[in-house]
Ligand binder design. Structure first.
Ligand code: AMP
Ligand code: MN
Ligand code: MN
Ligand code: MN
Length: 284
């Protein structure tokens, strides 16, 4: 097991725990270096930093950006960013606007198949947070449509299903450059989840490197040891640092959570050894 977790969510996006509660839980689980990486927002970091200082936990300012690349949605984690960097602030504001428009369209589509209050329900659950498909899934679970959110995704929210709305997210180039301009390191999140062939995946790695991307998540809460082995070898081949992150969203999740990630082989270079200064400023 490893005491680092560089991919987690709070109630600032689709995590169930407040930033404060997440930091406390991570500490209780033995994590000493934690990144919070909410979807297209850094809004949870201020509260998290306060709690991290109380517990002497090393908090890394992070984000998870939604990217459209070659007709596929890819998630790019940014680590050790300055949350107040202008291009990141402006870029993520635009992404959140697209999320809001998409949510309205998802609501319209779900209304057509009988879930009249889906938009209002998801919006209520999200509150001030970045609105995501997880909020729709949770609303539909609360309505008794299924026991688990994964079932809702499968039947309503993925491509080809009635509540799926294709969206143009950030380009790979923009997302990586916002992170770089914010002084951070761009990481390809949960690579085992993309449904693209190995040639396409190598094209992605090439494009990512060319844009200035530097790392790949080789251990994720939902990956297997075989995945880790495969992505460590690719990291070596493409000269990328490696990252580890549970993608923790809360106690409801059925994959490995905080403090349950496996260690790395010796031949890869951990991204967290390459963070310079990890203190970040937030003025508001
Ligand atoms: P969005 O970025 O709004 O499209 O929502 C993506 C989020 O939905 C991911 O970050 C996951 O938290 C969640 N998600 C995606 N697919 C599934 C699934 N099959 N089961 C449970 N949660 C999922
Ligand atoms: Mn999520
Ligand atoms: Mn993701
Ligand atoms: Mn995530």
């Amino acid at each position: 097991m490893i005491n680092v977790d560089l991919h987690t969510h709070t109630s600032a996006s689709d995590g169930r725990l407040t930033p404060r509660a997440l930091v406390q839980l991570a500490h209780d689980c033995g994590i000493t270096t934690l990144a919070i990486t909410d979807h297209d927002t850094t809004a949870g970091l201020l509260e998290a930093r306060h709690q991290a200082q109380q517990l002497d936990l090393r908090l890394i300012a992070g984000i998870e950006l939604s990217v459209s690349w070659s007709q596929t949605v890819i998630h790019i984690v940014g680590l050790n960013i300055n949350p107040e960097s202008l291009s990141l602030v402006q870029g993520t504001a635009e992404l959140r606007e697209r999320r809001e428009l998409r949510a309205q369209k998802i609501g319209d589509s779900l209304a057509k198949i009988g879930f009249k209050q889906a938009y209002a329900g998801a919006k209520m659950l999200a509150g001030e947070a970045t609105i995501t498909r997880s909020h729709f899934a949770q609303y539909l679970v609360d309505q008794g449509c299924a026991k688990e959110v994964s079932k809702i995704f499968k039947h309503y929210l993925v491509r080809g299903k009635p509540g799926y709305v294709a969206t143009q997210w950030a380009s790979l180039e923009d997302a990586v450059s916002w992170i770089a301009e914010a002084g951070g390191i761009a990481v390809i999140a949960h690579p085992h989840r993309y449904k693209i062939g190995s040639q396409m995946f190598q094209n992605l790695l090439n494009d990512f490197r060319q844009c200035g991307g530097q790392a790949i998540e080789v251990v994720s809460g939902s990956s297997t040891p075989k995945d880790t082995n495969k992505f460590c070898r690719l990291a070596q081949r493409f000269n990328l640092f490696v990252s580890v992150g549970s993608d923790y969203h809360g106690p409801h999740q059925n994959w490995n959570g905080l403090g349950q990630l496996s260690s790395l082989p010796d031949y890869v270079e951990p991204v967290w050894n390459n963070f310079q200064d990890t203190t970040f400023t937030l003025c508001h």
